[in-house]
Structures are given as C-alpha cells and as structure tokens.
Design a protein. Structure first.
Length: 329
C-alpha cells in the first residue's frame, strides 16, 4: 500500500523505494509488460497500469507479479578444446582441470557447454535441454580427462543407453587414474556400496544404506613410500560399473584411501602430507585439486556400432606429482 512517504508519486519510483532488490530497469520492464496493477482506495477491482510515470495516491494498493527469472540460454564462447576425436555424431574431448561441464549456479559462463556451442553451432543434441545440450555424462570441475558429447539425438540416445548399462552387457568402459592416500591391503578389489546425498552437507555425497547402487573396481598400479620408508600413497586404476556423482572420490574415502588433494572427502588426511618429502609436498600443494584423471573411454559408435577406444595420458600436474612421489623412493 502506498503510504505517501516514498518521496515521489511516480509508480516506478514508488516501487523502487519499496523493492530495492529489483533494479529500476527491471521494474520498468515489468510495468510495461503489464505485470503491475493498482487498486485505488475505494475500488474493489485492480486496474493494470503500464505507464512507469503514472502518479499513485496515498492509500492505493499496488499489486506486482514478479515471475521467476528464467535461466538464460548458454551462449557460445571461444574456449579452447582439446579434441581427441570428432565426427558428425560425437565429439570426444580431454577436459582440463577447472572447466565446469554445464552452466549452473555460480558458473553461468565459461563452461564446456559454452565452448561446445561455439565449436559445434546448432548441431548439438537437444535432448539434454538448453542448459546441457549433448551432455550424457560429466566430470567434476577439477577432474581431468576423457568425455564424450552427443552431436545429434541419435547419438544422445545411444550413448545414454551405453552409460546406463556401464559395460554390464556391452563393451563400454570408463577408467580413471587415482592417486590415493595409503596402501590398500591387496592388489585389486571391488567397492560395492550405495551412494546418496550426505545427510547434513547437501553439496556432498556419502555411502548410505538405501542409496543408489554404486560399484567401483580398482587395481593397484604403484605404491609410494614416505620419508619414514613406509607406504604413504598409491596409484590406482579404477573402473566404473555405475556412474554416481563423486563415485570414486566417495568410494575411496569409504575404504580409508581418499584421493590426494581432495579437500571435500579427504581433509582429515592433510596431516599425511607431513610424511611426504619436500618435493612431493610442493607438487601436492601445486596440484590444488583431487588427483583424479579419466584416462580410458571405450564405447560403441552410436551409428556404425564400431568399437572405439581412447586413452589420455596423465596431465602435467599429475605427472609432476607422480615424479615427485617416485623420487622419494
């Protein structure tokens, strides 16, 4: 209700005084769009007002309908891509660290989707919606490695089915190199533990009874000793049988061997860094992320059925970490 102390009788200025969270331009647009109505003191009906300069009277009631802001459609951005393979149906990229896959709160621009729109134009599959065109799986922001993107709806449907199956009946394989704290007690194993949202920290995942099935197979490739000559870290090859959010990070933490550099699932292992030599400590600090790389991707071509196999070498920051850990031997 207008109380007469807004400093001006103009409709747009009265609204600006009462709704400081909305900009003047946003309020003007709402008025011009017919989202503002006015009910005079003695009137029982509200009348639409489309004039920002309309003079209101003390006692008038202003009704404004502010629709939820629709998320903007992503725009193409000139972001360099490391393209491993591309044809008319799919594109496989080697994702660098720090690159978010699709726009989300806090990351509206600068994502892989923005780069793909610029590179592929309108050829991306539309099944994923405007915010995730062509995206059939994703890697965490700071996980590096191989990702496949669908360039049309046929490819999207085929890849989605292959990822849902995860090699149970088909040839798909997804492999990761993981530098983990400690040394597992055997050379290979399987982690079969359901994953769901963390009960208290909603941005995290956790092993929880009643969660979604999650299966990770791992194999020990290399072990590294610390300053005291005892095992301090391991290089594991992990393959996914399911594709849950943060699956490898959660599973390895669950068995007591969280990823090196993982501030979310392994913060209590920070003191382990004291067991590393100076060179290894420096490499881990410089890494600044979880030590995880998607090195292997095997799938059937969605159109031809041909079996395709790609491998991506460790990125420079993980090569430096591996070299420093070996030097401590």
């Amino acid at each position: 209700m207008v109380e007469g102390d807004e400093g001006s009788a103009r409709l747009d200025r009265v609204l600006a005084a009462r709704l400081p969270d909305l900009s003047r331009s946003r309020l003007k647009a709402l008025i011009l769009a017919g989202a503002v109505s006015l009910k005079a003191t003695e009137s029982l009906t509200a009348t639409e007002v489309r004039d920002p300069a309309y003079h209101v009277t003390s006692g008038d009631t202003i009704i404004i309908d502010v629709p939820e802001a629709a998320p903007p459609e992503p725009k193409g951005e000139d972001i360099a891509l490391d393209i491993v393979f591309e044809d008319d149906d799919i594109i496989v990229i080697n994702k660098p660290k720090g690159l978010v896959v699709h726009p989300a709160a806090g990351h509206e621009t600068g994502t892989l989707v923005n780069a793909l729109i610029a590179h592929c134009g309108t050829s991306l599959s539309g099944i994923g919606g405007v915010r995730r065109p062509g995206i059939v799986h994703r890697l965490d922001k700071d996980t590096t490695g191989l990702m496949v993107v669908a360039k049309n709806d046929l490819a999207h449907a085929s890849l989605t089915a292959q990822f849902a199956d995860h090699g149970r009946t088909g040839p798909m394989r997804r492999g990761y190199m993981a530098f983990a704290w400690g040394l597992p007690g055997r050379h290979r194993g399987t982690i079969d533990a359901p994953i769901d949202r963390h009960p208290h920290a909603r941005e995290k995942m956790a092993v929880r009874q009643g969660g979604r099935e999650a299966v990770t197979h791992w194999e020990l490739l290399e072990s590294f000793t610390g300053r005291d000559g005892k095992p301090v870290a391991s290089l594991l090859a992990c393959e996914l049988e399911t594709g849950r959010t943060h699956q490898i990070r959660v599973h390895l933490a669950h068995i007591g061997h969280p990823l090196m550099g993982d501030a979310v699932y392994g913060p209590h292992f920070k003191t382990k860094a004291n067991q590393l030599g100076p060179e290894s400590q420096a490499a881990l600090t410089a890494l600044g992320r979880q030590a995880l790389h998607a090195y292997l991707l095997v799938l059937e071509h969605p159109r031809t059925g041909e079996l395709l196999h790609w491998e991506a070498a460790l990125p420079e920051d993980l090569l430096l970490l591996e070299s420093a850990l070996k030097a401590a031997l």
